[in-house]
Design a protein around this ligand. Structure first.
Ligand SMILES: [Zn+2]
Length: 113
């Protein structure tokens, strides 16, 4: 389950940032997960629960923000929501190779003290 290694590196990043700020506790963590990132939010949450014990994030609130997949159609000059593996513009039916959102996997907020 690759969510475990993802969560592990996210926690490492958060811990490094907390230590750099001389904080001893992480209160809240927020990650942004794109619909096409291949990460299952429930699995990520489960990994967090399993990995937080003994870390600075033990007791922290964990938030996941899901981002829909959005493609850009150059023909219509418009964005549209892409469904899984279908990047076809609903208006002109041209295939878009320009995926603008949906692959994110990042730590977006961290509350420490
Ligand atoms: Zn189009």
């Amino acid at each position: 389950m690759h969510e475990f290694s993802i969560m592990q590196s996210t926690l490492e990043t958060a811990t490094q940032q907390a230590r750099a700020a001389e904080a001893t506790q992480i209160h809240r963590l927020k990650v942004r997960v794109g619909k096409l990132s291949g990460v299952v939010p429930e699995a990520l949450r489960f990994a967090f629960t399993a990995l937080k014990t003994g870390s600075l994030a033990d007791g922290a609130e964990f938030e996941i923000e899901e981002v829909p997949a959005v493609c850009w159609c150059a023909n219509c000059a418009a964005e549209f929501e892409a469904t899984r593996l279908n990047y076809e513009c609903p208006r002109c039916h041209q295939l878009s190779g320009d995926l603008r959102r949906g692959l994110e996997l990042e730590l977006t907020a961290l509350e420490i003290s």
